[in-house]
Design a binder for this molecule. Structure first.
Ligand code: ADP
Ligand code: ASP
Ligand code: MG
Length: 825
């Protein structure tokens, strides 16, 4: 070795997709003359796949084979013509066309035989790297200041055999062969084929798919390099696979062990075997982006300064779970040993093992394609136990994925597992098996494959590695609903950045039509979208869309007054969709339904939030909950619960008849379209039912004693009829007001609720100094008397109606939900 040490770079297929990408490499490598550097290359993007496919096509005599081979040939010839010219091009072309002829011969033989041997598959699939290395060497050699550039076929030196966990490198042979082939004083750039290798008897083989990373670290070891740089198409190792999680973070530093766990459990950015040679010689590995070479990337080394507990989360698909169960295994030493020994002897790689402490069952995960073979191996190994019933069952569950949470910093830190499994639970993901290595560097969970993406996103968000994503469906974009959409539009970006909460309105439905989008609906243009793309409402399709497979949480916000919608709540809650609503219908339905709602909520582990059903945006229901949950005893709740009735009696001073005030209030939009809905007192009665149930009382609407302000004679008939004849009530009202005044009192429509005296709603005379006498306009006022607040009651007061405050209250429920789900609010 000369004094100057080697540096090994590796360029992946994604960095060598076309001529333009090859041309970017010289600038990344810098000077080629005065350094000793190796550039390990993958095949051009997609070429290995094509070569593998060609052999498969030949086996099944697929007529498309010739066209695919031609495509591969043309692609290389055209890239070569773009990159080189003259003698260099001619040299490449003649060697390349000879290779293509060889492949053609091999494919023809395979076509005849209808099968291929392993060595044929290995030989053909390795050509991509051989061509790519020549193309890059030619590109580098053309640089004006190019020093020495050679290309080297790794199959001349790198010697491997098959091992249990992948290929095993024969270091001494490889080192000796490389020493013979390479000038010890080499100075310049050596372009090395990734992926390809040789068997001890010299037959060309490979390191397995994605093996070029491994080639880089093997050569780094053989050449005694000081550094390995893996150039790819992302900025570094990310906290999760960026194809599935959109808000990933780049990990600045990883330990070798962390990187190994992440790679083993599916982080495709790095081949899992890459780390071993680097660890052996303590060579740091950098993962960097050829598309953004200025970025520092990820440094992987023996130790990492970054002490974040959870660094990354990965999933591997196509797994199956095998469960071996039987009382005969309890306390019998060596069962696990026999089981895994048999699997090892058969070369089956067991990805994860989990055994309960009762030893009643052993559960492990293998690749899905292996299940038939594995079952056979176990049946043979435990034939006697199975026959005698000591082992009762071998259960195979297909279509599983493993989710792995990785980080050195998890060791000794309590609460990490709780967070992982809490996050999975909240996202409705069923966990089939769990394993945690004693290093505490990895927590793995086996889940259904269909849940994998949702699980990945949910757990990733739990560790604040990306925002908690909530899929929202809004029903009823009317007066309140449309204001809510406006309010959301103004805050979504901030909530995402500051609070780790990603609210996505993905569906909107009116009573007639609905829109749904894969991505969030543009809240600045939802009316147009609904007009242009609206389809007839189908509440099942709506709920299915909102509860998307890939998003961790779903909520339906019902701003309609529809009974049909309210009737769905139980189903939605039971399937894990949260429900938020200002609609009183469901919460005041019969107690049986109310109990079903609670049961649905429990079954689906879903939240049902309805703060705005009482007092609009005022914190009334939350106050009852806080009091109860902190152990206070509520003796009574009373107050003015209707903004409309508050307004009528605040304004009614005898100057104008009562009927005129009602008519004016209706014109101003302070009443329901039919003012009798307010004046009948039923709206207030419903609110008392909600509060009573919140207090723990079994209250039905019929239990509330209601004084209606609609005389029996006006109860039926049209709204106009009612308004025309309303004056018939004026004298009675005037007399009640006068009577009150004589006594220095005022009239107020009051709701009262107590555990001992039940619920009443009526027009009352109150002293002018009473707290309920001095409210303004449409204010609500609610007074809580409790064991703690006994001498001086707790009072909540403020505007209790209006689209802005009601929408604000629904928004607050949405944030409360976000906070339950783990957002930083
Ligand atoms: P190359 O062709 O350079 O070897 P690969 O396609 O093999 O590149 O690996 C890079 C890809 O790995 C990225 O484009 C990304 O989609 C995927 N990937 C999966 N998991 C991760 C992760 N945790 N961090 C970064 N990339 C990841
Ligand atoms: N070209 C090979 C593959 O696609 C090896 C690699 O790119 O790492 O699997
Ligand atoms: Mg790769």
């Amino acid at each position: 070795m000369t004094a100057q040490s080697w540096k090994v770079h590796k360029f992946g297929g994604s960095s060598l997709a076309d001529a333009g990408r090859y041309r970017a490499v010289p600038a990344i490598l810098g000077a080629t003359g005065a350094e000793r550097q190796a550039a390990v290359v993958s095949a051009m993007r997609g070429v290995t796949d094509d070569l593998v496919t060609l052999v498969q096509m030949a086996e099944r005599r697929d007529d498309g084979m010739a066209a695919l081979l031609e495509q591969v040939r043309d692609k290389h010839l055209s890239v070569a013509a773009e990159l080189t010219s003259g003698e260099a091009l001619a040299e490449f072309e003649s060697a390349f066309l000879r290779d293509v002829d060889d492949i053609d011969d091999v494919l023809r033989a395979t076509w005849l035989l209808r099968s291929s041997s392993l060595s044929v598959r290995e030989l053909v699939s390795g050509f991509g790297e051989i061509w790519s290395a020549q193309l890059l060497a030619a590109t580098l050699a053309q640089q004006p200041s190019a020093g020495k550039v050679d290309w080297f076929n790794a199959a001349r030196a790198l010697t491997v055999t098959d091992g249990e966990l992948g290929r095993v490198v024969h270091w001494d042979t490889s080192r000796a062969l490389l020493g013979e082939a390479l000038d010890a004083d080499f100075l310049g750039t050596l372009v090395v084929t990734g992926y390809v290798a040789r068997s001890p008897d010299g037959v060309q083989t490979t390191l397995g798919r994605n093996g070029s990373d491994f080639t880089a670290s093997i050569f780094a070891s053989l050449l005694d390099a000081t550094e390995i740089v893996i150039w790819t198409d992302v900025d570094g190792v990310m906290s999760a696979d960026p194809r599935f999680v959109h808000e990933t973070t780049i990990i600045d530093e990883l330990s070798f062990n962390e990187a190994m766990e992440l790679a083993y459990f599916g982080a495709k950015v790095l081949h899992p075997q890459t780390m071993a040679p680097a660890i052996e010689r303590n060579i740091p590995i950098y993962i960097r982006n050829t598309f953004a070479p200025e970025k520092p990337g990820t440094r992987i080394a023996m130790t990492s300064e970054n002490t974040t507990a959870v660094k990354g989360i990965t999933t591997i698909d196509d797994m199956a779970l095998i469960n071996l169960e039987g009382a005969g295994m309890i306390g019998v030493p060596g069962t696990a040993n026999r089981l895994f020994g048999a699997l090892r002897d058969a070369g089956v790689s067991v990805v994860m093992i989990s055994q309960g402490s009762s030893e009643h069952s052993i559960c492990f995960a293998v690749r899905q394609g292996e299940t038939g073979r594995v079952e056979g191996i176990i049946r043979r190994a435990f034939a006697m136990e199975l026959e005698q019933g000591q082992i009762q069952d071998i259960e195979v569950t297909d279509n599983c994925s493993i989710l792995a949470v990785v980080g050195d910093g998890m060791a000794g830190l309590p609460g990490i597992a709780a967070k992982v499994f809490g996050g999975l639970g909240k996202a409705g993901v069923n966990v089939r098996a769990i394993a945690q290595g004693s290093s505490e560097r990895n927590i793995s969970a086996v889940i259904d494959a269909d849940d994998a993406v949702r699980a990945l996103r949910a757990v990733h968000a739990c560790f604040y590695l990306s925002p908690q994503t909530v899929s929202i469906g809004l029903i009823g974009p009317g007066t309140v609903g449309s204001v809510l959409l406006d309010q959301l539009a103004g805050e979504i970006a901030r909530l995402r950045n500051d609070c780790n909460l990603d609210l996505r309105v993905r569906a909107i439905a009116t009573s007639q039509s609905m829109v749904s989008g894969d991505g969030p609906i543009d809240l600045a243009a939802w009316r147009d979208t609904l007009g242009a793309e609206g389809v007839p409402v189908d509440l099942d399709a709506f709920a299915d869309h909102v509860q998307a497979e890939h998003l961790p949480h779903a909520v339906i916000v019902d701003c309609s007054a529809s009974q049909t919608v309210a009737d769905r709540y139980v189903d939605w809650l039971a399937r894990g969709i949260h429900v938020i609503t200002p609609n009183k219908k469901a919460s005041t339905a019969g107690l049986d339904y109310y109990r079903e709602l609670r049961e649905g909520r429990r079954r689906g582990d879903a939240h049902y939030l309805y703060e705005t059903t009482v007092g609009a945006g005022l914190p009334v229901i939350q106050t009852v909950r806080d009091l109860r949950e902190t152990g206070d005893r509520i003796s009574s709740i009373q107050g003015i619960f209707s903004g409309t009735l508050a307004y009528l009696f605040n304004v009614y001073d005898g100057e104008r008849p009562f009927s005129e005030i009602v008519r004016h209030a209706k014109d101003e939009g302070y009443t329901e379209p039919d003012p009798r809905d307010d004046l009948s007192g039923m709206d207030v009665a419903r609110k008392l039912v909600i509060l009573g149930r919140e207090m723990g009382l079994d209250l039905e609407l019929d239990d509330v004693a209601v004084e209606s302000l609609v005389p029996d004679s006006l109860r039926d008939g049209s709204v106009d009829d009612y308004l025309d004849r309303l004056h018939e009530q004026d004298d009675i009202m005037a007399a009640r007001l006068e009577e009150a005044r004589q006594a220095g009192e005022v009239l107020r429509y009051v709701g009262r609720l107590s555990a001992t005296e039940g619920a009443t709603v009526r027009l009352e005379r109150l002293p002018a100094t009473h707290a309920f006498a001095g409210i303004n306009l449409t204010d609500n006022i609610v007074q809580f008397k409790t064991a703690r607040y006994c001498d001086n009651p707790l009072i909540v007061q403020g505007p209790g109606a209006g689209p802005e405050v009601t929408a604000g209250g629904i928004f607050a429920d949405l944030l409360r939900l976000g906070s339950y789900l783990g957002a930083k609010l």
